[in-house]
Design a protein around this ligand. Structure first.
Ligand code: AMP
Length: 397
C-alpha cells in the first residue's frame, strides 16, 4: 500500500500543493503537484503528474471561499484520485518563524500559539499559512505537521546585518531584520553545486523576483544579507508592496493624512509597489507590453531598485562572482533580466542576449568575469526535504 506526504503552501487566494508518494520499502517520489487558484473569486484546481502532464483542470464550486474550504476541496480531490491511501505527514510553508524558530519545527499547540503572535509581522501570509495547519489538523487529527519558515535560512547572519537601529528595549522585543524567501534561497543554494559548481562556493546574489521580490547575498551557500527585513515590506519594489520607504512617509500617513493603522497596512501591503505606481496592475505581464506612462515608470522603478540593491549587496560581499534570477519574473521575463544585467554591467556581467532569450541557464558570455544565471526555484521540494528529515521518514521526502 502507498503512503503519501502532502506539502502545502497556502496564500491568501491560492493553495499550492505537492504530493509525495512511497510504496512499502521504496524511496519517496514526487507524485503530483498543483494549485487551487482564485479562492473567494473563481476557484479552480489544476494539477500535473511528475512528468508535467496535466491530470486535473477543474472549476471548483463558488463555495470555496477561504483556505479551509480550499483544504476541503483538495481533500475531496485527493480522495477521488488517491482514495484508500494514507497521508503520513504534512509540511507547510510558514512565512515567519520570528526569533524562536531558526529551523523548521514539528507543529504543537505551543508552536501554533507562538506563530500566531507573528501574524502582525506578516499579515499577507502568516494567517493563511496557519489556517491551513488548523484545517488539516481538524480533518486528520494527530497527523504530524511540520512548519518550514521563510526566515530560517537567513539566521546566522552577522549582528550588523540583522540589526534594526532602534533603542534596545524595542530590539529586545524581537525587532530585528529577519529576511524572507528563505526556502527559495535555500533551494537555489542547494542546487548551485550541481548547476554551477564554479560559483557555488563563491559570492552570489540571488534575485527572487516574483509577486514578492527580494535579493539574497550568499557566500559559500550561506545567507550573508538580504533586502527584506523585519517584515516582507523592505527592499525591492514588489507587486503591491513598496519596498524601501523613508519611515517618515509612514508618519506622514498617520499624522498628516490621519489614516488608521489598518488603512496604512492596506496601503503598504496591498496598494503600493507596481500596482500603486502604475495604477492598473501588480502583474509584470500586464505592465511590460503597456505604453501607458505610469506602467513604464513602474517597470523602470522596479529595474532601478533591483540594480541599486544589487550594488548594495555586492558591497556587503566585497564584489560578486555571479547573479542568479529566480521566481515568476526572474524565471520568465527576458526583458527584466536583460535590463537588470545591463544596469549591473559595471560589476563585470557580460550579458549574452541570445542565451537570455533562449531560456538557457547561463545568460552571460562564457568569459564573463561575473556570470548570470536563471535557475527555477522550488520552495515545495525544500519543504518536503525538511519535513522528511524532521519526522525521520525513511528515504527522506
Ligand atoms: P511568483 O510570485 O514567483 O509566482 O511570481 C508571480 C509573478 O511573476 C506574477 O505576478 C507576474 O508578475 C510574474 N510573471 C510570471 N510570468 C511572467 C512573464 N512571462 N513575464 C513577466 N512576468 C511574469
Amino acid at each position: 500500500m502507498a503512503e503519501f506526504a502532502l506539502i502545502l503552501n497556502a496564500g491568501s487566494s491560492s493553495l499550492k500543493f505537492f504530493i509525495c508518494k512511497r510504496l512499502l520499502g521504496q524511496p519517496w517520489e514526487l507524485e503530483s503537484r498543483g494549485q487551487i487558484d482564485g479562492i473567494g473569486t473563481a476557484p479552480h484546481l489544476k494539477a500535473k503528474d511528475a512528468s508535467g502532464s496535466s491530470i486535473a483542470d477543474i472549476d471548483l464550486p463558488a463555495s470555496v471561499q477561504d483556505g479551509s474550504n480550499a483544504i476541503e476541496a483538495l481533500a475531496g480531490w485527493l480522495r477521488e484520485n488517491y482514495g484508500g491511501s494514507s497521508v503520513v505527514a504534512v509540511g507547510h510553508r510558514v512565512v515567519h518563524g520570528g526569533p524562536h524558530f531558526p529551523t523548521p519545527v514539528v507543529i504543537t499547540p505551543e508552536v501554533m500559539d507562538n506563530l500566531r503572535r507573528l501574524i502582525p509581522l506578516a499579515p499577507l501570509h502568516q494567517p493563511y499559512n496557519l489556517a491551513a495547519i488548523e484545517a488539516v489538523a481538524e480533518r486528520i487529527p494527530g497527523i504530524p505537521q511540520v512548519a518550514c519558515f521563510d526566515t530560517s535560512f537567513h539566521r546566522g547572519q552577522s549582528a550588523v546585518a540583522e540589526l534594526v537601529p532602534l533603542p534596545a528595549h524595542i530590539r529586545q522585543a524581537g525587532v530585528q531584520r529577519y529576511g524572507f524567501h528563505g526556502l527559495s534561497y535555500e533551494y537555489i543554494a542547494s542546487v548551485l553545486p550541481e548547476i554551477a559548481p564554479s560559483i557555488a562556493p563563491g559570492r552570489v546574489i540571488v534575485a527572487h523576483l516574483g509577486s514578492g521580490a527580494s535579493l539574497c547575498a550568499l557566500r559559500n551557500g550561506k545567507s550573508v544579507d538580504s533586502t527584506l527585513g523585519f517584515t516582507a515590506l523592505d527592499g525591492l519594489c514588489m507587486g503591491t508592496r513598496p519596498g524601501s520607504l523613508d519611515p517618515g512617509v509612514v508618519l506622514y500617513l498617520f499624522q498628516q493624512l490621519g489614516l488608521s493603522a489598518s488603512e496604512v497596512e492596506a496601503i503598504l501591503y496591498k496598494k503600493s509597489g507596481l500596482l500603486g505606481i502604475s495604477g492598473v496592475s501588480n502583474d509584470m505581464r500586464d505592465l511590460l507590453p503597456s505604453d501607458a506612462p505610469a506602467a513604464r515608470i513602474a517597470v523602470d522603478y522596479f529595474v532601478y531598485q533591483c540594480a541599486k540593491h544589487i550594488g548594495a549587496l555586492a558591497a556587503t560581499l566585497g564584489g560578486i562572482d555571479a547573479l542568479v534570477f529566480t521566481a515568476g519574473i526572474g524565471e520568465n521575463s527576458p526583458e527584466i533580466r536583460r535590463r537588470i544585467c545591463q544596469a549591473s554591467a559595471w560589476l563585470g556581467i557580460q550579458f549574452d542576449a541570445a542565451a537570455n532569450e533562449s531560456r538557457q541557464a547561463l545568460i552571460s558570455t562564457p568569459g564573463s568575469p561575473v556570470s548570470a544565471w536563471v535557475i527555477p526555484t522550488n520552495e515545495e521540494i525544500m519543504i518536503a526535504r525538511h519535513t522528511g528529515r524532521l519526522l525521520g521518514l525513511a528515504g527522506n521526502l
